[in-house]
Design a protein around this ligand. Sequence first.
Ligand code: BDP
Length: 696
Amino acid sequence: EDGYELWLRYAPAVVADPDSHGPGIAQLVAGSESPVQAATRRELLRGLQALSGVAPVGADTVTEDAALLVGTPASSSQIARLGLDLEGLGREGYRIRSAIVDGHATTVVAANDDIGVLYGAFHLLRLLQTGQPLADLDIREAPRLQVRVLNHWDDLDRYVERGYSGQSIWDWHRLPGWLDPRYTDYARANASIGINGAVLNNVNANADVLTPMYLEKVAAIAGVLRPYGMKVYLSARFSAPMQIGGLATADPVDPAVQAWWRAKADEIYSAIPDFGGFLVKANSEGQPGPQDYGRSHADGANMLADALAPHGGIVMWRAFVYSDEEPVDRARQAYNEFVPLDGRFRDNVLVQVKNGPIDFQPREPFHPLFGAMPRTPLMMEFQITKEYLGFSTHLAYTGPLYEEVLRADTHVQGPGSSVARVIDGSLHGHALTGIAGVANIGSDRNWSGSHFDQANWYAFGRLAWNPELSSRDIAVEWTRMTFSNDAAVVEPVVGMMMASREAVVDYTGALGLHHLMGRGHHYGPGPWVDGGPRADWTSVYFHRADRNGIGFDRTRRGSDAVSQYAAPVAGVFDDVAQTPEELLLWFHHVPWDHPMRSGRRLWDELVFRYDRGVDAVRDMRAAWSGLDGRIDAGRHAQVAAFLAIQQDEAQWWRDASVAYFQSISGMPLPAGAAPPPHALEHYKTLEFPHAPGDTK
Ligand code: BDP
């Protein structure tokens, strides 16, 4: 096994109780008239045959027991006659029911639309793959969020920004002539977890993707993804009218600019009738935008929204902005720029907000924009690729990170105003809703660079469908499908996964420390990083450690970032005694001997956490080596090798960080803590020949 099959291995389940697979499926009644129907039927045949060893017999109607009947009331008269209540399920929802159809025991997958049937078919295959009986089923599912997209940070030369799994999956050179079968498998994998769109190119966008030559290639990809319910979107460079349109300006109020974008949208839709729309990074980290012309983000977004609206397209306008001037506190910037624009965006604009106010750190508080723009639909942006969590060599399951953010309570409408309810539109009554994940997919055979990083793609999709799911349940599902249903595998693997993100937090900088990584490549420790073009690209700006203490004072007495949260949340974060310790140094500057709940003083606690992180990696390694023989040799060996790398590097993070912070605090190491084997200068001089994914 090389990981290519992802969680769609359809391995015959080797479980203690063979009856747990229920009666099996002998007859398959599934249409294949539309491309979506054909894809559904193909997947069911493939999955059922692989899981049970025998292909079910295809039939036009149910004529025997142990049948599987899939379709819509329109595509199947037998389904229509069942009279199932499909109301409220929309296009993408479905029901799975055990029923008697014309006298025969049947499993029914029914939906209003073919795409719902496809999603239901994947759900059924998941039940079978995870060893659940097909008896007495009565499942009703519909996605909570509408737009569930991957953001590929892929350049047209196949370089992937912050990508750690080879080159871009999109082989622009050979497109449209060669449609790599991998595109189909990509679409299958996404459909299996309900992801319904992909932004193909980097947010640091190249305008060329909007030229006819590239649009033909984009259309070819769209053609492969369409039968799997996926739309394509593109990152639009705001200055494209100048780069590829020959205009002298990209000012959004200029009629020629507006006309250019309208014509461009018409051109795109004539090639791709179901094109999803644009993602835009504007006036952020050097990207062009409406502010170049004294216009607001709303002016820019609305101009594009107007061009797309006649075709049903949307704009996903990113709120990841921070101004060119040195900020007092970068954490405050997006809120300051966007809250005044609340209510000024067109109906087909979503403002896309990163989960936290800085930048995909191993732990951040939820972004204060969530809940603060009631008249604007906000979509979540998570990072699946692990830019700040050890690239693809470190095992870090990000499900718990996503879950923590989605469940965080903004309190904007009293208790229960979770971030999930902000983005699913229920809190403020929005119809347009969405979530994006920065993809970790590349040309590597195993897609994600490491076997375990596949789980982060999987978890993103499952939570995009239902943001209330538990990350542990998702880990169990994924492990069963990806490795084994054997409890002796599932338990240790899920245990490793659930501890892994916290381990990374511990060995890279716990207690709310953030942005401590090496400059540029973002790999490895760099708590000493200072100087350079901007203060807020350094570590010392964020940790503010000095002889007396450590942490960024964001209280009312400090940068006052706390006031961007609703009063009950602000009150907690403003009070050092109430702030959760995981976020202590995010919000407070405290003395090194600040008393912690453990009874330790802060400095000792910090060292304790660094050591705890390294220990946790050691435990993961031990758990994994105990699985030798229970997991295929190829995947076992690679994970084992990566865990060894991770252990070395966790130790490196710990030693370098302890050496650095000790040089600042001047405190002795707590009893039992090993001194770093080298002097601080040694860690500072470590260099890397090449770190993948760094910006060019
Ligand atoms: C940062 C990345 C950078 C991205 C930027 C973004 O380091 O490569 O371009 O986010 O989200 O985390 O736009």
